[in-house]
Design a protein. Structure first.
Lengths: 324, 324
């Protein structure tokens, strides 16, 4: 999940308000204004192409998530996802990654353990990352607790350990992002994320819109880093009956550039209901609605009717690191 | 699960062979021959009473196990269970333990992580228990790997950490046992288990029958330690159609003394099928059969017709530590 950083954006989208955007240029103080080509052009498309990544978060967290997301991958319209390495079902999704080497799978770097009945700890040795742990030895429940307690050096050690374990399981990540947005919560953590991403020559989930909501992003970004244009994700204000309309409106109004739809797929089954108990938002029924919409014929039609093409983080990685 | 140590016993039971038993007296070299009263007498029953603990293992491992076992507890005939502290669903079963303080819940001390797609690590900091971990940083897949690699001091640190975490979650364990029997695999590990149990003034799962299958048990046991008379558990040789007959035969032939039926309850659902994939024994359908038998009217009738009374590990703990 990505939550806090996106709330303003989500709220704006939910309300139908046009979200502030830097369009095709970075702010002048970013030192990036010499990058003239738009992201669609860097990806080999005309500048006004509407490109979309349909990205499922939280793989590895639960069997229900793995099974439902794999079903959506096989349906063909959900074309990217990211994996939570500290979670117990990592081996299951790692098996999928090994048998589907072309799948666009990144790592959903995880510094939180947010559920009431179902918890996990870090990949690192606990005494080396004590600033990341609650009194029970699990990762913190919320992104704000995690970010306020995290020693950035320990956060860096932990996310490097997550990448190392993923590679040991045969996962070849195409991108990095941050579960619940913890690594976007402050400048030190975001610098850590970017440093680790650059060292691994991987693109990282950053939206140009976020430059408007922080006072540090533009000073950290450099000319080679790629920010996609915008992210659309379901917020907590949408009722079950409004699900399709939320996504349909977003697709009908999609602007040129690269948009990522960040979605959360699972079955509304016993495991997922228990894991997400007392969390209606991002809960089991909530995720089943994402499964249904993103495997539907109406989603396929909306893509066709609105001339939206799918791209992946692998494509973006090749643009960012063409020599790789 | 308890596996290896019990295989000979299980095989014998499966074949209808009478298992060697020390009856009411310990071997003469144990120094325990002065304990004259039988265990039923120490529990306040006539010496020839048939007493039974119906014990569900593996609580905390999966939601499916927690939910199905709680259902069996509420049915009233499964009257004891033990919890795997390192597993991700610990908080769920801990919530049940806090709201049911009279429940007979012990700790299923865990030094293995045996499934293919679903794994966990230790409670301790990894660099302090490296002898317990496989190359991925999880607990070993099998009890034999775990026992052969384990430094007993690290095993002791880990099981003490598991007890500490359980207490931090408000669990007040009534007994200790060992998942997959890892702590019964060699003398050093069994001494560790007994030392930790004595320090915590808790009874531990030991059967008098096991004295026949090891060359060290009798030299470690002391007069205050309690061994129950025997353990009955489903082995791998029984087909689905023979489930009820296996248990019915065991109940009809039950001898006086304290017997523990070690059972494994879960639903045959998606979570459990995926967790136990490629393990038909101790798998999802296997566990659903235990749920069905031990919540059945026929089990209730077998208890009545064979004059079998239920006792708990709490009762045994009070006999072993009356001053507690």
């Amino acid at each position: 999940m990505i939550r806090t950083v996106l709330l303003a954006v989500v709220a704006a989208i939910s309300l139908g308000i046009s979200v502030a955007s830097f369009g095709q240029a970075y702010p002048s103080n970013s030192g990036l204004q010499h990058v003239q080509r738009t992201l669609p052009e860097r990806l080999g498309y005309p500048a006004d192409t509407k490109l979309l990544i349909v990205h499922a978060d939280d793989l590895g967290m639960a069997h229900s998530i793995n099974a439902a997301t794999i079903k959506a991958f096989e349906r063909g319209l959900v074309n990217s996802g990211s994996i939570m390495v500290p979670c117990p079902w990592l081996p299951e999704i790692a098996g999928y990654a090994r048998s589907h080497p072309d799948a666009d799978l990144g790592l959903h770097l995880t510094l939180t353990s947010e559920w009431t009945f179902y918890r996990w700890g870090p990949v690192s040795s606990k005494d080396q990352v004590s600033s990341l742990l609650d009194h029970n030895g699990y990762l913190y429940l919320t992104e704000s607790e995690a970010a306020s307690h995290a020693n950035p050096k320990e956060a860096e050690a932990e996310i490097r350990a997550q990448i190392e374990r993923a590679r040991a399981f045969g996962i070849k990540p195409t991108h990095l992002d941050s579960h619940m947005g913890t690594l976007y919560q402050n400048k030190a953590l975001f610098e850590t994320l970017l440093r680790v991403a650059r060292d691994n020559r991987l693109p990282v989930r950053v939206s140009k819109e976020w430059f408007a909501s922080t006072n540090y992003l533009s000073s950290i970004f450099n000319p080679n880093d790629i920010a996609i244009d915008r992210i659309v994700t379901m917020g907590s204000g949408v009722q079950a009956g409004g699900w399709s309309k939320f996504y349909a409106d977003a697709l009908k109004g999609l602007q040129p550039g690269v948009t990522e739809m960040v979605i959360h797929i699972a079955y509304d089954d016993d495991e997922m209901r228990a894991a997400t108990i007392d969390h209606p938002d991002w809960g089991a029924a909530w995720r089943q609605r994402d499964l249904e919409f993103f495997t539907s014929d109406s989603f396929r039609r909306l893509l066709q009717e609105n001339h939206i093409k799918l791209v992946t983080w692998r494509d973006i990685g090749k643009a960012q690191y063409p020599e790789r």
